[in-house]
Design a protein around this ligand. Structure first.
Ligand SMILES: [Fe+2]
Length: 449
C-alpha cells in the first residue's frame, strides 16, 4: 500500500503517555505496529524494523532498556560519511584547562543573551566537566542560550543522555520517538543515541543541561518512605509516536567521544511511524514533586530531595543525583533550619530556576549557578545564619523558590568559558567574611555582635 500523506512531528505535540521506564507502545498510523512479534518478514506500510539498545543486550532484566522502531528508512540511511566539525563551547571530560583554577567556591550571575543567533548546538556553553566521556563515567554541566530553531538540522549524542532544565523560554524537542514541548519548571531527558531537533517556541530560551556520560537516570529508592511521595512514576510523560515524511536536504550532527561530526542526508531522520519499548524520551513537571522532610526537629541530608539518580558502580554513591529545592513548609522546632555548614566528598553544582534560595538570600539569582566542589566548605551566608539562628520558629512556608543541584561523585573542572567569560562573581567567597566568632567561653555565647 502506498501512503501519500506527509505528517509533521508537531502534529501530536501535546500527547503523552504517563509512566517512568514503562514498556510503551504507540503508532502514528493505525496498524503500523506489528503485534506479537518484533521483526515480521514484511512490516506494515513497508516500514523497516530497527532496534535501539539503551543498555547492553545482557543487562539484568529490571535494567534492560531497548525500543523497537518501525521507520520509513533504517538509520543506516540517516548518515553518509562523517566530517569532523568544531563546536568550541561544548566541552567533554576529561577537560582540565591548565590556566583555570577549579579549586574554590564559585557563583555566577545568569549568562546573558547576546545579539548572536544561536541554536541548541551553537548556543551550548559548557560550565564544568567531571569524569571521562570515553569510559562513560561522570558528567558535564552546560548553560544553553537559544535564539533560533534548528531547521532541517538534527543532533544526537552517542556520549550521553541529556537532562534539560529550562529556566527561561519554551522549546520543542522533535525527537525520533515523538515531540516534547518544554517550559520552565519542567525537565526532560533525551536518551543517548536518540536523534532530535530543537525548535524555539518562545524565546530567547536559557536553561541548564546535565550531560550524563554514565548509567541512565532512574528514580531513587524511597526506603522507609514507602511507595509514594518524592517523584511519582505517573507524573513522567513520554510522547506518542510522530513522524515526518519529508525529502529535503538535511544535516545531522553527532557527538561521539567528545568530538562533533556532521553528516548530510536528503530527508528528515524523524521517520519512526510506530514504536514499542522502554528506551524513550521523557518529561516531568517539577511542580508535581512531593517533598518529604522533617516534622519535629533537625532536617535530613539534602538527598531527601532527590528527583533522579544516575548510579555509579558503587552502591549508594551516585554518578549524578538531580536534587530539587522547591516550595515547602519549615516546621522543625529548636532547629537551625537552612542547610548546615559542611564539606562533601561529592561535588555540588546548583542552579536557580526561580525565586530565592534559603541559604543565600542574595546573590544566587534565577538563571545563576554556583559550584561547591569536592571537599570545599560551604553553607549559609551571614544574613541566612543570623536570621535562622535568631528568628521566632513558627511554621513558615518557603514560597516562590525552585533551585536544583547536579551532584556528582567526581570533582568538577571549570571550563575557560566558566572561568573567564561567564559572569563569575569575584566576591562570592566574601559572603562568609562577616560571620563572627560567637564563642566567648560562656554557654550562651555572644550574640550581641
Ligand atoms: Fe552542599
Amino acid at each position: 500500500m502506498r501512503h501519500d500523506s506527509v505528517q509533521t512531528a508537531g502534529q501530536n505535540a501535546l500527547e503523552y503517555m504517563p509512566g517512568f521506564g514503562n514498556d510503551f507502545e504507540t503508532e502514528a498510523l493505525a496498524g503500523a505496529l506489528p503485534q506479537g512479534m518484533n521483526s515480521p518478514q514484511k512490516c506494515p506500510y513497508g516500514l523497516y524494523a530497527e532496534q535501539l539498545s539503551g543498555t547492553a543486550f545482557t543487562a539484568p532484566s529490571h535494567q534492560n532498556e531497548r525500543t523497537w522502531c518501525y521507520r520509513i528508512r533504517p538509520s543506516v540511511k540517516h548518515s553518509t560519511r562523517y566530517a569532523k566539525i568544531d563546536l568550541p563551547f561544548w566541552k567533554s571530560a576529561p577537560h582540565v584547562d591548565p590556566d583555570v583554577v577549579s579549586l574554590g567556591q564559585y557563583r555566577w550571575d545568569p549568562v546573558p543573551h547576546t545579539a548572536e543567533e544561536l541554536t541548541w548546538l551553537t548556543g551550548m556553553r559548557t560550565m564544568t566537566t567531571a569524569g571521562d566521556v570515553n569510559t562513560q563515567v561522570g558528567m558535564a554541566s552546560h548553560i544553553y542560550l537559544v535564539t533560533a530553531s534548528m531547521v532541517d538540522e538534527y543532533f544526537y549524542s552517542a556520549d550521553s543522555e541529556l537532562l534539560i532544565v529550562p529556566q527561561e523560554g519554551k522549546l520543542r524537542l522533535a525527537t525520533e520517538l515523538g515531540v516534547i514541548d518544554l517550559a520552565p519548571q519542567e525537565i526532560a531527558i533525551i536518551p543517548r543515541g536518540l536523534v532530535y531537533r530543537v525548535e524555539l517556541l518562545e524565546g530567547p530560551a536559557r536553561g541548564f543541561v546535565c550531560e550524563n556520560y554514565g548509567q541512565k537516570f532512574e528514580l531513587p529508592g524511597r526506603g522507609p518512605i514507602g511507595a509514594n511521595c518524592m517523584a511519582n512514576r505517573r507524573d513522567f510523560k513520554t510522547p506518542v509516536a510522530a513522524f515526518e515524511d519529508r525529502d529535503t536536504p538535511s544535516k545531522i550532527t553527532i557527538k561521539w567521544c567528545g568530538q562533533f561530526h556532521e553528516t548530510k542526508i536528503g530527508h528528515s531522520p524523524l521517520d519512526i511511524v510506530a514504536w514499542h519499548g522502554n528506551y524513550a524520551p521523557v518529561k516531568y513537571d517539577l511542580s508535581t514533586y512531593c517533598p518529604v522532610g522533617s516534622i519535629l526537629f533537625d532536617h535530613p541530608d539534602p538527598s531527601i530531595f532527590t528527583v533522579l539518580t544516575a548510579p555509579s558502580g558503587v552502591p549508594g554513591t551516585a554518578n549524578i543525583d538531580f536534587v530539587l529545592f522547591r516550595e515547602r513548609w519549615m516546621v522543625a522546632e529548636d532547629t537551625f533550619r537552612p542547610p548546615w555548614y559542611h564539606k562533601n566528598i561529592m561535588s555540588e553544582l546548583m542552579g536557580n530556576i526561580y525565586g530565592q534560595y534559603d541559604a543565600k538570600p542574595k546573590g544566587f539569582v534565577p538563571g545563576g549557578m554556583s559550584l561547591h566542589n569536592m571537599m570545599l566548605p560551604h553553607g549559609p551566608d551571614k544574613n541566612a545564619f543570623e536570621g535562622a539562628s535568631t528568628s521566632d520558629l513558627k511554621a513558615e512556608k518557603l514560597d516562590n523558590t525552585m533551585s536544583f543541584m547536579f551532584e556528582t561523585r567526581f570533582p568538577q573542572h571549570l571550563t575557560r568559558f566558566a572561568a573567564k567569560e561567564a559572569p563569575l562573581q569575584d566576591d562570592y567567597i566574601d559572603c562568609w567574611d562577616s560571620l563572627e566568632k560567637k564563642f566567648d567561653g560562656t554557654p550562651e555565647g555572644n550574640w550581641n555582635k
